[in-house]
Ligand binder design. Structure first.
Ligand code: GLN
Length: 487
C-alpha cells in the first residue's frame, strides 16, 4: 500500500498485528506526508522525527513480542500545542511560551505513552486557544485542506487540518467553547468534546478551567472511541475529573438507533445560518429518521440565546485569572531591558500576548472587578445554571440532541479577523454544550458550496456511548467521511 498515511487507527492496528506493517514505516509515511503537504496547510508548529522514530521502534519491538497490544500501540498522533509534552516545546502558539519546554507530561500524554503511541509533533492553534479560525496563532495561520484560502476553524485548527490532510492518523485537541467540534466540522473529520470531568485537564494549559476539555480528532467514529478509551478516566492530579470507571467505548459502536429519541432544538438554526448548511443538515436528520430514530424537530431550548453572552463573560473571566501567571518571572518570555520590576511585568505581557488574548484579559478583568462582579460574572453564572437546567429537562424526553456544528461553511482567511463579534458568532452552536458540561461530537454530514458541513450530536452528562452509537450508525450509512480534499 503506497498511501500508508491514509490509514485509520483500526486499519493500521490490524496491519501492525499481522506483521505486514511496522510502526516505523507508518511513522515515516506520516513524516513524508507532512513534508509534502504541510508547506501548504501549516498545521504543525513542531515536529520531532527523532523522538517519534525511537517511539516507533520501541512499539515495533513490543508488537513483535506480542506484549502491550493496545489498539493505539505504534500509531502516530499529533498533539495540540497547549497540551504539555515533556521535553517537547509546548507553545500555545504564543510568543509568551515560544521556547517553553515542559518538565512533565499532561495526564493524557502519559496515557498515550503507556500505550506506546508515537508522537509526531505539535499542532498550531489560536493563541492560548482563544479563537475560531487559527488566525490568532502568533506564528502563522493554518489553512483549510479543502480550500487553502479558507480557515480550518479553531482553536484546534492545526489538529483538524492535519487529520483532514492525513498528516497523522489521529490528533488531540482541546475544546472550551467549540474548539474541537468547530474545526472538525470545517475539515470533514470527527471531533469529540467529552463531558466535563471525563478526561483529565492536568497538563492542559488552562484557558477557562470550568469549560476546558481535551478530546480526540479522528478520521472516523471508531477511531474516536479508541482514543477516548485511552484518555478518559479519573485522575488524582485533576480534582474535577469524575470518579467513574471508563467504559469500553468501542462497545457503543453498534449500527442500531431504532427507537432512540432525538430532539432537534430550533434555536440552533440561527439567524444568519447559510441556507445550504441548513439543507445539508435537514437531509442528515432525515437520514437518522430513516435509520429508525424517532426525531422530534419541535424542541425548544429558549435560554440558548444567552449562551454566547454567558460564555464571553465566564471564559474571559477565568482566562484573566489563569493568564496572570505569565509575568516573566518563572518561565516563558521575559522582558529584560529594565531594572524596574513593574515595567518588566508590563512589557512582558505587552510583547508576549497577541491582541485577542489581551482583549480577553481585559474583558475578564473588567467583569471580575469590584462593583461589576455581581452584574457580570455572578449574573452569568446564574444564567449558566438556567441553561444547564433547561438541558436536564429536555434530556428527560430525548436521548440526544442534533444540531449543526456551525451555522456556516469555513470562511475566508481575513474575513472575520477584524470583527471579533462576527468571529465569536461562529461558536453559537457549540458554546452551550461547554456551559452545561455536556459531551458532544461533530461528524461529517454533507457538503455545501463544496465545503464540509458538520453535524453535532449532544449527549447527556457521561452519555458518550449514546452519541458515539448515533454517530457510528450515521457514518455506516453515509460516505461523507470518506471524501478527501485534493491538496
Ligand atoms: N472560539 C471560542 C473562543 O474563542 C472557543 C475556543 C475554544 O473552545 N478553545 O473562545
Amino acid at each position: 500500500m503506497d498511501e500508508l498515511y491514509r490509514l485509520t487507527i483500526h486499519q493500521a492496528c490490524q496491519l501492525l498485528r499481522q506483521g505486514s506493517l511496522s510502526s516505523a514505516e507508518l511513522t515515516s509515511a506520516c513524516f513524508k506526508r507532512i513534508e509534502q503537504v504541510d508547506n501548504k496547510i501549516h498545521a504543525c508548529v513542531t515536529i520531532c522525527p527523532d523522538i517519534a522514530l525511537e517511539q516507533a521502534r520501541e512499539a515495533d519491538r513490543l508488537i513483535r513480542s506480542g506484549e502491550n497490544l493496545d489498539p493505539l500501540t505504534g500509531i502516530p498522533a499529533l498533539i495540540k500545542d497547549n497540551i504539555s509534552t515533556k521535553g517537547i516545546k509546548t507553545t500555545c502558539s504564543s510568543k509568551m511560551l515560544q521556547n517553553f519546554v515542559p518538565p512533565y507530561d499532561a495526564t493524557v500524554i502519559r496515557h498515550l505513552k503507556a500505550r506506546n503511541v508515537v508522537i509526531l509533533g505539535k499542532t498550531n492553534m489560536d493563541e492560548f486557544a482563544m479563537g475560531s479560525s487559527t488566525e490568532n496563532s502568533a506564528f502563522f495561520p493554518t489553512r483549510n485542506p479543502w480550500d487553502l484560502s479558507r480557515v480550518p476553524g479553531g482553536s484546534s485548527g492545526g489538529s483538524a487540518a492535519a487529520i483532514a490532510a492525513d498528516e497523522a492518523v489521529y490528533a488531540l485537541g482541546s475544546d472550551t467553547g467549540g474548539s474541537i467540534r468547530q474545526p472538525a466540522g470545517f475539515c470533514n473529520v470527527v471531533g469529540l468534546k467529552p463531558t466535563y470531568g471525563r478526561v483529565s485537564r492536568f497538563g492542559l494549559v488552562a484557558f477557562a478551567s470550568s469549560l476546558d476539555q481535551i478530546g480526540p480528532i479522528t478520521k472516523n467514529v471508531t477511531d474516536c472511541a479508541l482514543v477516548l478509551n485511552a484518555i478518559a478516566g479519573s485522575d488524582p492530579n485533576d480534582s474535577t475529573t469524575a470518579p467513574y470507571p471508563t467504559p469500553d467505548y468501542t462497545r457503543a459502536l453498534i449500527p442500531e438507533i431504532k427507537n432512540l429519541r432525538l430532539g432537534v432544538p430550533r434555536e440552533y438554526f440561527v439567524e444568519g445560518m447559510q441556507q445550504e448548511v441548513r439543507t445539508a443538515l435537514e437531509i442528515a436528520i432525515r437520514k437518522l429518521e430513516e435509520l429508525g430514530a424517532k426525531v422530534d424537530t419541535d424542541v425548544s431550548l429558549p435560554h440558548t440565546r444567552y449562551a454566547l453572552a454567558v460564555y464571553y463573560i465566564i471564559a474571559p473571566s477565568e482566562a484573566s485569572a489563569n493568564l496572570a501567571r505569565y509575568d516573566g518571572v518563572k518561565y516563558g518570555y521575559s522582558y529584560q531591558e529594565t531594572d524596574n520590576m513593574w515595567e518588566a511585568m508590563e512589557k512582558t505581557k505587552q510583547n508576549g500576548f497577541g491582541p485577542e488574548v489581551k482583549r480577553r484579559i481585559m474583558l475578564g478583568t473588567y467583569a471580575l472587578s469590584a462593583g461589576y462582579y455581581d452584574a457580570y460574572y455572578l449574573k452569568a453564572q446564574k444564567v449558566r445554571t438556567l441553561i444547564k437546567n433547561e438541558f436536564d429537562q429536555v434530556f428527560q424526553k430525548y436521548d440526544a440532541l442534533i444540531t449543526p456544528t456551525s451555522p456556516t461553511v469555513p470562511f475566508k482567511l481575513g474575513e472575520r479577523i477584524d470583527d471579533p463579534l462576527q468571529m465569536y458568532l461562529s461558536d453559537v452552536c457549540t458554546l452551550p454544550v461547554n456551559i452545561a458540561g455536556l459531551p458532544a461530537i461533530s461528524i461529517p454530514a454533507g457538503f455545501a458550496h463544496s465545503l464540509p458541513v458538520g453535524m453535532q450530536i449532544i449527549g447527556k452528562p457521561f452519555g458518550e456511548e449514546t452519541i458515539l452509537r448515533i454517530a457510528f450508525t450515521y457514518e455506516q450509512a453515509t460516505e461523507w467521511h470518506k471524501r478527501k480534499p485534493e491538496i
